[in-house]
Design a protein around this ligand. Structure first.
Ligand code: SER
Length: 629
């Protein structure tokens, strides 16, 4: 069974169960300050999981192209890919656990014809400290479902899934309870890291058993959530019924289901083959690599997996208009392509290699994603340009390495230096290590750990930098952040009223301590302007204006309401407009995802709005920081 068929079957199946098939979001959201890539099907649905009404109703489904850059270093095994399609279905306060579990079961056993005895499931063990109960309800539904299929379904408590596990599974066991590391879903992982304001909940994951032959004993004995290669997660049903607050978790008014299942993984489960690279979305690329390199996949699995995964991802990203660069998404694309070039070189693939592979990718996907075909020539030229640049970078890196080689004799080259070579010159670690050996230089014994440490530090730095990018520049949804968010709308309106009606927002970053606001203007603000803007904002706060929102068609928002919104071509057909003031006293009208205070008086709480800094942000953009003091 091939993936295109499975995608079609899935969408039809859920359409038949009353779901509207919604358009997937773009994979790359280049002009959206809130996120780098779409990493799951639920990401664009966050506001609806929290209670907003979705224009298409309460039952939705789609196939969402996803990209998870955090998985780049995991590629090479039988199941991880950076790019994948996530089949998703959602209940926005409509059906809950029983309907979801039974529907997915039906899809797996009737549509994909998976043997019931090959299916294993996991549920959430509970968390006393946060008052989240053990999910016996899901486990009991599963037990009934398995029983009806004539499969024994013992329930087991595992707790945490650690490598090197010695317990494994015993005969008859089928439903496994794990802790929040495995069976709690928020967009940032377990209970402790769930972002304030986010929807979240216990989940129940479904695994396919490829049998003993697929088991890698290096990870200890196999159980569903262990990293053993034997069990493959093919679907995750999140019972999104909580919202994270400052002090814990509160129940949402509606109980939602957020289901996501990797199309590539479902395909290989249907084929009973424990290697996603053998599925129909990747195998043709591997076949082509074998032909071009005159090498066998079985001898070069890791390289060929990395090349096929990264190139496929690169084709999708470039098709959506992304080009390699040194920042944000463009940097990720650059990294993917550079890794591909290094691996390809090992296989002896040099000339015209991208131009041979891109058409294979467009052949696989052209039916469902026609732009991959129509933009093929442009994509090839973007990729080839990057290759040329990278070959130059490799030459520069080699020169730097020569400098190290010419240092004092016997000097040890450590991992931090290798990290700098990679970070500054784009010279990859593995190439550096090889070249060092060829030159007979001394490499620190701990170079790998040192390199990791330097990389870890850099990651921490960049995580901090990207914090708050997810939702309209809001770092969290604490009370203070919400106040600052409404204050930012007032600031924006006051700037336009007092300084220049052409001013447009260029970015915002809002934390519980302050707001930061970037806007277009080609000069400094005068002290008088700053004072007048502050005074205006404070007047509006004092006037205790109502803050209301409505959901309207996007054209109506712009043309009739005269709303502001800086991402016009990114909005869907329906948008939310937040209005401050009413009647003749409307002071601000913005397309915005919220949340906001309900009336401006709630912002101040005895404090005054004050601009604490005004500075240049970049050419033609000024930045102000403001606080309530
Ligand atoms: N949100 C869940 C996931 O990403 C299910 O869609 O796995």
């Amino acid at each position: 069974m091939d993936s295109n068929t499975i995608r079609e079957k899935y969408l039809k199946f859920f359409e038949g169960k009353g779901h509207k098939i919604v358009e997937p979001a773009n994979l790359v959201l280049e002009d959206d300050p809130t996120t780098l890539f779409t990493g799951s099907g639920m990401q664009p649905l966050m506001p609806y999981l929290l209670g907003r009404k979705h224009p298409e109703g309460e039952r939705l489904a789609n196939s969402q192209p996803c990209f998870r850059s955090q998985d780049i270093d995991d590629i090479g095994d039988n199941r991880h890919t950076t790019f994948f399609e996530m089949l998703g279905n959602w209940s926005l306060g409509d059906y809950f656990k029983e309907f979801q579990i039974r529907s997915f079961w039906q899809f797996l056993t009737e549509e994909l014809r998976l043997a019931p005895s090959k299916i294993y499931v996991t549920c959430f063990i509970g968390d006393e400290e946060n008052g989240i109960p053990r999910d016996d309800e899901a486990a009991e539904i599963w037990q009934k479902v398995f029983k009806e299929a004539g499969v024994s379904a013992g329930i087991v408590e595992i707790g945490s899934a650690v490598d090197g596990d010695e317990r494994g599974i015993k005969s008859g066991e089928r439903i496994f309870f794990y802790d929040d590391k495995e069976n709690w879903w928020s967009r940032a992982g377990g209970i402790a890291t769930t972002p304030v304001g986010d929807p979240c909940g216990p989940d129940s994951e479904v695994f396919y058993d490829f049998g003993e032959a697929a088991h890698d004993p290096a990870y200890g004995k196999a159980h569903p959530a262990s990293d053993s290669g034997r069990f493959l997660e093919i679907g995750n049903q999140v019972f999104m019924q909580y919202r994270r607050t400052e002090s814990g978790f509160e129940l949402l008014e509606q109980k939602n289901v957020d289901f996501g299942g990797g199309l590539e993984r479902l395909t290989v489960a249907a084929m009973d083959t424990p290697d996603v690279f053998k599925g129909s979305l990747l195998e043709p690329i591997i076949d082509k690599l074998e032909v071009l390199s005159h090498q066998d996949y079985s001898d070069h699995k890791v390289e060929m997996r990395i090349i096929s995964d990264h190139l496929r991802a690169a084709v999708f990203l470039a098709t959506q208009g992304l080009t390699p660069s040194n920042k944000a998404q463009g940097y990720v694309l650059r990294r993917l392509l550079r890794r591909v070039i290094v691996k390809a070189q090992r296989l002896g693939l040099v000339d015209n290699f991208f131009a041979e592979i891109v058409p294979v990718v467009s052949e696989i996907y052209g039916g469902f994603y026609p732009t991959i075909k129509t933009r093929e020539a442009e994509v090839i030229s973007v990729l080839v340009r990057e290759e040329t640049l990278f070959r130059k970078a490799l030459a520069r890196g080699l020169r730097e390495l020569e400098k190290l080689a010419n240092g004092p004799e016997g000097e040890v080259i450590d991992g931090e230096e290798l990290f700098k070579l990679q970070d500054t010159y784009g010279f990859p670690l593995e190439v550096a290590v090889e070249e060092i050996k060829i030159r007979g230089l001394v490499l620190s014994e701990k170079y790998a750990q040192e390199f990791e440490a330097a990389l870890g530090e850099q990651r921490e730095r960049s995580q901090t930098a990207s914090k708050g990018m997810f939702k309209g520049g809001l770092e969290d949804e604490s009370e203070m952040t919400i106040k600052y968010h409404t204050a930012a709308h007032l600031l924006d309106a006051a700037l336009r009223l007092i300084v220049d009606p052409k001013i447009a927002q260029k970015g915002a970053n809002i934390t519980p301590e302050r707001l930061r606001y970037d806007f277009s203007i080609d000069r400094k603000l005068t002290p008088e302007e700053i004072a007048a803007v502050e005074q205006k904002v404070n007047e509006w706060i004092e006037a205790d204006l109502p803050v209301t929102f409505e959901e309207v068609d996007v054209d109506y928002a712009f043309e009739t309401l005269g709303a502001h919104g800086v991402f016009r071509d990114k909005y869907g057909d329906r948008v939310t407009v937040y209005t401050i003031g009413s009647g003749d006293d409307v002071v601000s009208c913005e397309i915005c995802g919220g949340p906001h205070v309900k009336h401006t008086g709630a912002i101040a709480d005895g404090k005054m709005f004050k601009i604490v800094k005004e500075e240049s942000s970049s050419a033609g953009v000024r930045r102000v920081k403001a606080q309530l003091q």
